[in-house]
Design a protein around this ligand. Sequence first.
Ligand code: C5P
Length: 236
Amino acid sequence: MGKDVIIACDFPSKEKTLEFLSKFEGAHASVKPFVKIGMELFYAEGPDIVREIKARGHKIFLDLKLHDIPNTVKSAMKVLSSLDVDMVNVHAAGTSAMMKAALEGLTRPDGTRPKLIAVTQLTSTDDKALHEELLIDRLMTETVLSYAENARDSGLDGVVCSPHEAGFIHKALGANFLTVTPGVRFADGNNDDQKRVMTPAHAKEVGSDYIVVGRPITQASEPVEAYRRCVREFVD
Ligand code: C5P
């Protein structure tokens, strides 16, 4: 299974996104990074931004975190699959019925489909909110693992998780169940608002399959060099 670096393109507009991606063209013509498009950019620009970036030769993780009744998610996934993205996601909290419906919607007539991964508990949810608002009595790690198990048993390919969770998720659910991990920072960089970070090299050691890296690349003075450094540390 190929490890890869996914750049989180958290830009507010098509112009800013394409301006950023153009830095990888020209002298670096062979570099076509895997990119993540999130809600901000997708809601601002619509499906055309996906088509445009795909046409430029990038793989795309469309991070829209679907969570609705199974039938609605199935229909929405059918639309996303026709956009020819490479990876999409849902909230595991939508239940196994919803995750199975998502898979059905994603699967194209020829049997191919984008990878489908699940969000377990958002890393912005702390134990207090878990217990007092969501009324879940279990520990966060138990909850994350149980949601990840539901995702695997529903046929999903993996989960989005902290690199600090990648090891125990692989141990419990197998090496082939993908871990896609944000919260990555260079050893000599700043952490921004991320609390529990890991370097690309350490993420590789603990078994992350894909690292999702935003600001350390998008805000770097030399984004292409920062991307190459991630690849050197995580993939090579
Ligand atoms: O700029 P930075 O590297 O922190 O970006 C990380 C990306 O991963 C952002 O798009 C953020 O929304 C996303 N993400 C995250 N933590 C999660 C899930 C997604 O940082 N638990």
